[in-house]
Design a protein around this ligand. Structure first.
Ligand code: NAD
Length: 256
């Protein structure tokens, strides 16, 4: 279904990004991976479906490297048809205790990197009159939780960026949307589970039960694979008129 299309997925060496990249490759896309994790392992997984998959090590805090990632995709893979802005980090602290350096890093990686990548990729998409941008926001782009001021700010900002860019491109073949997962069991969340298990002095299973019961009514994690399928839908012809949405996939979290 995506045969002939090329895709960049930022932060795709683990978790949600790796699942999205794998699903896009399974549907026929040629994929460029990115991220600071196990690049060789991620490439090996994606190459099972797309033997031509490549990797670019751009640091999402560096605008020049982000631009180079898009330009490299355009020169090595021919163009950039699909851009999934997924890279993200988390830090949990009260506003008054929040390290300034962590605030700056979260705004840069979770929000500004999407602007820099879109800025570089949109002209080519518009020229060909086909493109798909999927910004991985979060349920925290729709509602807040205490302790996550930088993350909540960045994820709300990403939805604003998505809406503005979607309007700018509304009459073109380029669609721009955000997806908003609730809890997904990835390394980013495992760290929060470990912190909770230590703080509450409970085991991993009980920490998981408490984490989900607090916010996610389905009491189930959203899977990275389900997010991959949602991205594939947003890339499909049926989604051509889906523009500027913030699509939550959160087990009912934001419905409360
Ligand atoms: P993860 O830690 O498994 O993946 C994060 C990816 O970003 C990794 O590949 C990492 O190397 C990369 N990364 C981090 N800093 C980078 C940098 N400076 N430059 C380039 N790459 C960098 O986490 P995940 O849970 O898969 O998160 C992926 C996205 O999904 C994030 O934007 C996160 O906010 C979002 N999200 C996650 C959840 C969840 O419950 N896990 C829920 C909602 C939204």
């Amino acid at each position: 279904m995506l045969t002939g299309k090329t895709a960049i997925v930022t932060g795709s060496t683990s978790g949600i990004g790796l699942a999205i990249a794998t699903t896009l490759a399974m549907k026929g896309a040629r994929v460029m991976l990115n991220g600071f994790g196990d690049a060789e392992g991620a490439l090996a997984q994606v190459r099972q479906h797309d033997p031509g998959a490549i990797y670019h090590g751009a640091d999402m805090t560096r605008p020049d490297e982000i631009t180079d990632m898009v330009r490299t995709c355009e020169s090595l893979l021919g163009r950039c048809d699909i851009l999934v802005n997924n890279a993200g980090i988390q830090h949990v602290a009260l506003v008054e205790d929040f390290p300034v350096e962590r605030w700056d890093a979260i705004i840069a990686i979770n929000l500004s990197s999407a602007f820099h990548a879109m800025r570089a990729a949109l002209p080519g998409m518009k020229k060909r009159n086909w493109g798909r941008v999927v910004n991985v926001s979060s349920v925290h782009g729709l509602v807040a939780s205490g302790g996550k001021s930088a993350y909540v700010t960045a994820k709300h900002g990403m939805i604003g960026l998505t809406k503005a860019a979607a309007l700018e491109n509304a009459t073109t073949g380029v669609t721009i949307n955000a997806i908003c997962p609730g809890w997904v069991l990835t390394p980013l969340v495992q760290k929060q589970l470990d912190d909770r298990a230590a703080a509450d002095q409970v085991n991993n299973e009980e920490a998981t039960r408490r984490l989900l019961a607090e916010k996610q009514p389905s009491l189930q994690f959203t899977t990275p694979e389900a997010l991959g399928e949602l991205v594939v839908f947003l890339c499909s012809p049926a989604a051509q008129n889906v523009r500027g949405v913030a699509w939550n996939i959160d087990g009912g979290w934001a419905a409360q």
